[in-house]
Design a protein around this ligand. Structure first.
Ligand code: ZN
Ligand code: MN
Length: 484
């Protein structure tokens, strides 16, 4: 079967603001149920919503960062549906004049940079939370979250595989975190995404399109990928069963069960007209002027793609290293501080993405939050580069103590007696001993067996209790064996 995968992504992102979208209730997670509410967010008759300016500006900054066209005139609409977590019986959202249209999210694929086009970005309010307690026949509703500002980011179906879906979310989240407008954490529910999936099958009679399926309630990037894989397989199966008739099936909404790793159809997909959208009569249309645009502009820092490019150009890093360093803004900034403190870029990148990253993951903090002073890390990188301490000793003895105790690496080298021996007269003696101990290896090497040198190197390293500088050991050994 020859087919093409089309995935579009709908992302709901909770903005980090002090107060809710249309009232002054604080936005806070974990407060006792229904303590952060007021007549506005509870939808009491007569209560009037007032849009949150900070939320508007944050959303505009995001639209800027994603190269969208920002509307000069925008308005709010009511999206009508019934659900217990929706106190008003409608959600204030945006319909035909969204905050922004167009723009794109760039992902790095094996073929290079790919642009996933965006359809629109709009602002809306979050709903409350239904709580179903175990063993109880009652469901309860907590309205603390109702009215929290959300931006909805809708992409075109340009995502061509489950891996690209993952990359899209990664890239979008990186931009959001650079802007510092949301925690963008899927597990905590402040970034929620709903991929819509279908496939176009090439047949002798033309292209057959399977109906678009939207998958809901995905709580991790991994599950987004898995659900998409599942749906693609299911669409192929449907085509095998129904042939071209598959195109007549209605659009539907699916759930994903991560225990069984399966998607299941929940209902037919609702269309826009099902929601009876109409303009929100309590909020006048909004003109976005130069003052808001200016404030939003000032919030946009150097973004991941520009930083990646600069890191590759200025520091000579590989595309891979640059991408990984720039994923979190704090890590990229930290890298630059270490380099400014005098360490060479490439080895610094290796340390950060290797051992330092390992310690950060173990402690579940960002690299920059490890408490590792940039100047100390720089001096450790230099000690290794200059051959004053072995990489292994730095890894095993220096770095963990520097992180745990804030110790100074040069001091540690002295205190722990880790200084690498690179005095060739000392090493020459050890090398002669090694040759005397293993004359066969020496003879093999002289007969052209390069590998025999390793046995001799091992002996010298053992003799010096691992402190010999391996590069110097090798050249001393070669010198003796080749000239004597
Ligand atoms: Zn309120
Ligand atoms: Mn929405």
């Amino acid at each position: 079967m020859k087919y093409r995968v089309l995935i579009g992504m709908e992302v709901h992102l909770q903005l980090r603001t002090k107060s809710k979208m249309f009232c002054r209730c604080p936005v806070r997670f974990g407060a006792p149920p229904n303590t952060l509410t007021c007549p506005v967010c509870l939808g009491m008759p007569g209560a009037l919503p007032v849009p949150n300016r900070d939320a508007m500006i944050r959303a505009i900054a995001l639209a800027r960062a994603l190269d969208c066209d920002i509307a000069t005139d925008t308005k709010f609409d009511r999206k009508n549906y019934f659900y217990p977590d929706l106190p008003k019986g409608y959600q204030i959202s945006q319909f035909d004049r969204p905050l922004a249209t167009g723009g794109c999210v760039e992902i790095v694929t094996e073929e290079g940079i790919k642009r996933i086009r965006l359809r629109r970005i709009h602002i809306e309010e979050d709903v409350g939370k239904n709580i179903h307690e175990d063993g109880s026949k009652l469901s309860r509703v907590d309205f603390n979250r109702a009215g929290t500002p959300l931006v909805e980011i809708v992409s075109e179906p340009d995502i061509a595989s489950p891996e690209e879906a993952h990359k899209y979310l990664d890239a979008l989240r990186a931009v959001v975190r650079y802007l510092d407008i949301s925690d963008a954490n899927m597990q905590e529910g402040n970034l929620r995404c709903e991929p819509n999936v279908n496939i176009h099958i090439e047949t002798e009679d033309g292209v057959v399109k399977t109906p678009i399926v939207e998958v809901k309630n995905l709580n991790s990037m991994r599950n987004v990928e898995r659900a998409a894989i599942c749906e693609i397989a299911r669409h192929q199966e449907l085509y095998r069963e129904l042939g071209a008739k598959v195109a007549d099936l209605p659009r539907s909404t699916c759930g994903f069960d991560d225990q069984t790793d399966k998607t299941f159809v929940m209902r037919q997909k609702e269309e826009a007209h099902d929601y009876r959208y109409f303009p929100e009569p309590d909020i006048p249309p909004i003109q976005i002027g130069s003052a808001w645009l200016g404030t939003a502009n000032d919030m946009v820092p150097e973004l991941p793609r520009a930083k990646r490019q600069r890191f590759a150009d200025d520091y000579g890093l590989s595309a891979y290293d640059a991408e990984n360093l720039c994923r979190e803004r704090s890590t990229a900034d930290y890298f630059e501080t270490v380099v400014k403190a005098g360490a060479a870029a490439k080895p610094t990148a290796n340390w950060l993405l290797g051992d330092v990253s390992f310690h950060a993951k173990e402690r579940q903090v960002a690299i920059a939050a490890l408490g590792l002073a940039a100047s100390r890390l720089a001096s450790m990188v230099n000690l290794v580069e200059e051959g004053k301490v072995s990489r292994k000793a730095a890894e095993k003895d220096l770095l963990p103590r520097m992180i745990a105790e804030g110790a100074d690496p040069a001091q540690l080298v002295t205190d722990l007696g880790l200084a690498q021996v690179d005095d060739s007269s000392v090493l020459e003696e050890a090398a002669r001993q090694a040759i005397a101990q293993n004359p066969k290896a020496a003879a093999d090497f002289r007969a052209g067996k390069e590998k025999a040198l390793n046995a001799l190197k091992g002996l010298v390293m053992r003799e010096t209790r691992g402190k010999a500088n391996p590069t110097v050991v090798e050249s001393v050994l070669r010198n003796i064996l080749e000239t004597e």
